[in-house]
Design a protein around this ligand. Structure first.
Ligand SMILES: Cc1cc2nc3c(=O)[nH]c(=O)nc-3n(C[C@H](O)[C@H](O)[C@H](O)COP(=O)(O)O)c2cc1C
Length: 356
């Protein structure tokens, strides 16, 4: 059955199946999940953000240094678990210590860096000593892809090794748009953007750059629809978040299992962009304007309305609470298909169902 699927080659890396498990922070996709996915024949992705929080070396002041060390260790661990599979690290451009995350990932031996939540315009410069590391921007429009292509060609003489197109219509976590009304903009659907981006790459860039679709993909038929649009891979987040191998606590996974479609809301995150999450008691208090935030502990974001203006809340604290399963105080990111999760599945079960 795998023969009828597209072959997804990203730089020097060709996984058995054209499926990426999307990076999910804070610590929802760590080395266990990424290693299991890569071992099953997909691309497993570690989210680089907030890893210091679970480390004994973190003393409240050394967040940046510890995060870099833990990321490196996590990549090494995921590689080992996967038995030589393809491991990626997801690094958000919006992070204060973006360069340190990239370096930690590269030093750990990562195969691919996937980077969004902003345009990764400096990524080639930050990885210049690691030429085998493939670079994959996440975009939500062809316009964003064009900006990256022009800048990378002009300044660094290189092109992205693939693009992930993530649609704000269904994806989990931060959505790659700035205004709330763009979350429902059909012009940013996979049906519109994938064929447009594939044409742009063929006609204007004239290069072989695979496009990967993300947002709302659950099973084999969703995947085939995305391939029919011209994509050569898919990226899935939410379904993997509640797997047995997922790195989050049981409490986090149970919250996703218990959720229905009507529990999903869009909030304006302190980063300044919309995000999709569950209506937990904390999120409800935030929407009502009565949420109290725990203090900022890491200066983790280059733009944070909580740190600068005491607006919104400390997102790192709220995501760590969710990771620990604290339903009352946590921010539980999820995609719009979270209502379909009925139980904890294994990674192997998901791959079996998707690839036969
Ligand atoms: C809990 C959670 C956390 C996420 N964290 C990140 C992140 O740190 N960086 C990122 O680029 N995308 C993040 N995402 C997006 C996923 O990587 C993925 O692209 C997206 O969820 C795909 O849509 P789906 O959930 O409908 O499959 C997150 C998604 C979820 C559900």
């Amino acid at each position: 059955m795998a023969n009828s699927l597209p072959v997804l080659s990203i730089g020097k890396h060709t996984p058995k199946y054209p499926l990426i498990q999307g990076g999910m922070g804070v610590r929802i996709s760590g080395p266990n999940l990424a290693g299991a996915v890569a071992g099953a024949g997909g691309i497993g992705t570690i989210a680089s953000v907030g890893l210091a929080v679970g480390s004994d070396a973190f003393d409240g002041r050394n967040y940046f240094e510890v995060n870099q060390v833990v990321l490196k260790e996590n990549v090494e661990r995921a590689k080992k678990i996967s038995g030589g599979g393809v491991i990626a690290v997801n690094v958000m451009v919006a992070l204060t210590d973006y360069g340190l995350h990239i370096r930690g990932a590269c030093e750990g031996g990562v195969d691919i860096i996937i980077s969004g939540a902003g345009l990764p315009l400096r990524l080639p410069e930050l990885t210049k000593n690691f030429p085998d590391v493939a670079l994959v921007p996440i975009v939500s429009s062809t316009k964003a892809a064009n900006l990256i292509v022009r800048r990378w060609e002009k300044l660094y003489g290189r092109l992205p090794d693939a693009f992930v197109v993530e649609t704000p219509l269904y994806a989990g976590g931060h959505l790659g748009v700035t205004r709330m009304e763009q979350v429902t903009d059909e012009a940013l659907s996979l049906e519109t953007v994938i064929p447009e981006l594939v044409r742009y790459i063929e006609d204007e860039v004239r290069a072989d750059i695979p496009v990967i679709g993300a947002g709302g993909i659950w099973g084999r038929s969703d995947m085939e629809k995305v391939f029919a649009l011209g994509a050569r891979g898919v990226q899935m987040g939410t379904r993997f978040a509640a797997t047995v191998e997922g790195d989050a606590s049981i409490g986090f996974k149970q919250a996703l299992i218990d959720a229905t479609e009507s529990d999903v809301v869009i909030i304006k995150s302190p980063v300044g962009i919309p995000g999709r999450a569950l209506r937990s008691p904390f999120v409800q208090r935030y929407l009502d304007g009565t949420a109290e935030s725990k203090p900022c502990f890491a200066n983790c974001l280059s733009h944070c309305s909580y740190r600068t203006d005491k607006q919104a809340f400390c997102i790192a604290q709220a995501l760590v609470d969710a990771y620990r399963g604290n339903w009352e105080d946590g921010l539980f990111f999820c995609g719009s298909n979270v209502g379909r999760i009925e139980k904890m599945e294994t990674v192997e079960e998901i791959f079996g169902e998707m690839f036969g």
